[in-house]
Design a protein around this ligand. Sequence first.
Ligand code: SF4
Ligand code: MG
Length: 338
Amino acid sequence: SQPFLSIKDLKVHFSTEDGTVKAVDGLSFDLARGRTLGIVGESGSGKSVTNLTILGLHNPDTTTIEGSIELDGDELNGASDRTLEKLRGNKMAMIFQDALASLSPYHTIGTQIGEVYRKHTGASKKAARERAIEMLRRVGIPQPDRRVDNYPHEFSGGMRQRAMIAMALVCDPKLLIADEPTTALDVTVQAQIMDLLKDLQQEFGTSIIFITHDLGVIADIADDVLVMYGGRCVERGPKEEVLRSPQHPYTWGLLGSMPSLDGPVDVPLNPIPGSPPSLLNPPTGCRFHPRCAFASEVEGNRCATERPLLQIEDGRGNACHLSDGQRREFLADLAASK
Ligand code: SF4
Ligand code: MG
């Protein structure tokens, strides 16, 4: 069947005073209905930019977009502002780390959720209020018929996050993009919000893109994982496979402890020596090569000169010049040295 969302060779370049920033540079992926794709990478890897671009929330004066973004059969690259605005909220919606940034301090929670609903459905104010109360109940806000008249500052951080989720889901979008939505919350509230998202996904059949730098979050919520580095995908696959037998040296670094070839690995993010690449003057060849401990294992300096292409088969693969044999050998060595 057709993927619900299909991204093909996406490039998002910004012009700045210093030159062109290649924030996303040849990214392709698919997302099926009802699945959750976790996108992981350091800040500056292009994960947030990718998703703002899908939503059409970029500055058209300074941004060049190439490639294809197909949502449920509609091409979004080049779509009019009007079309994109109609799709936002209705077919796709986003939740952020900072609920306060997406909620206005001057209007009640209920008015804000209701307005999104009215805009897309033309419902009456009364019906929109009913809908807002129902959504607040669904996201676990106690006494929703009273809380609906509160202002955002009268909600706790966790409750604001729930209200933002209610607002995102009020028109039953088929795609939800979640950009680090739990990062600012304490662990208990974070777990509650993750459970809520999983329940809502079951109920609504939503496809979710979950952006995070936290592999623990990926392990919890994702079906599939896409690892981004320097504006490109370096590895993707089903969550279990990526976490248990990662293929790309960058993912090895992210996972920190080397994977034993069977058992599950530790998931905390391990800082990798060196810094993320400049997207103004990205490294040639493999963008990870200045930080990669394995570059010298590849013959002929290819890592520095030749871009490794992403080879994906049945949803699993990587972009690296190491051969499968080398990969197995290094993983076995590293597992043995532990
Ligand atoms: Fe390392 Fe070379 Fe593979 Fe890039 S292509 S990850 S530099 S081994
Ligand atoms: Mg970000």
